[in-house]
Design a protein around this ligand. Sequence first.
Ligand code: SF4
Length: 330
Amino acid sequence: MGRPLAMTVELARYLLPRRSWPRRGRLFPMVLMLEPLEACNLRCAGCGRVREYAGVMDRRMPVEEALNATQLAGAPVVSVSGGEPLLHPQIEAIVEGLVAQGRWVFLCTNGLLLRESLLRFRPHKRLCFVVHLDGTARVHDDVTGLPGAHAEAVAAIAAARAGGFRVATNTTAFHGSDPADLHELFRTLAGLGVEGIMLSPGYAYEQVPERELFLKREEAVRAFREILDGGKFPLYDNPLFLDFLRGNVTYPCSAWAIPTYTVLGWRVPCYLIADRHTTDLGEILDPELWGRYGPGNDPRCAGCMLHAGFEPASVLDVLNHPWKLLRRRQ
Ligand code: SF4
């Protein structure tokens, strides 16, 4: 099973008229990353949020603020993360409000609270749980530092599927990720009937001391080729973005298309780097900002292959040159 046809149709309706806007200096959000809290019930190796937002871990974004930010951004897709969103006492009201706005909602979770939280939600075509898993039990439990984390996440996926919910997964590839382990994970997830598997390189958060954890660009390309070419899996990412991960094409940073709204406001510039926060989304959609960020402009961006940074450019590439996709499938 793949993503709903209605979602593809609505995204096309939103994106097609805008596909040439960036060439003319007009930027727009495709996906909103909404972080209604930063608190989490895990302390995963490699996660910078718990350090970056240490002073505001007790903050919970009011429902109205979350819905206003979403309305302002206007993006058809909202990815709700954090922190662990299921710790937010009003997360179901936020999700309901987003669905009522006509958004496609991806609720990202580590899965630990999902089974007990299912009754807070009702299945809807616009709601998809995205469960984060970084490998089989051996790897995932090590990354999360919690024995049994993998088993609980898998049980939650099965329970959500049995309850009629849409479920996808997200996997971050770290330095030393074992392709064979990931292939085993992907086979398990496909067997559980997940809608799609999202794959992304490790995030080089500035404040993470374990820098050796993260893939450098060349290492990432080598690893992704092995991971992607090792079998047929229901991957969710745009095929041209997967070619970018394989090192076959290059794209400019297009993180303006996936702005992140947090309890401190909009991150400037992106999901990965927060040089500051602002109340004005227009700052992120200002082309001038992007002359200062991206590979070649900021040394911190040199090795970045983040999906939130480069997948939008691959989507625009498909919309402007659809034959690339057709040619790729031949
Ligand atoms: S390349 Fe783009 S997405 Fe990556 S860190 Fe730089 S600004 Fe952020």
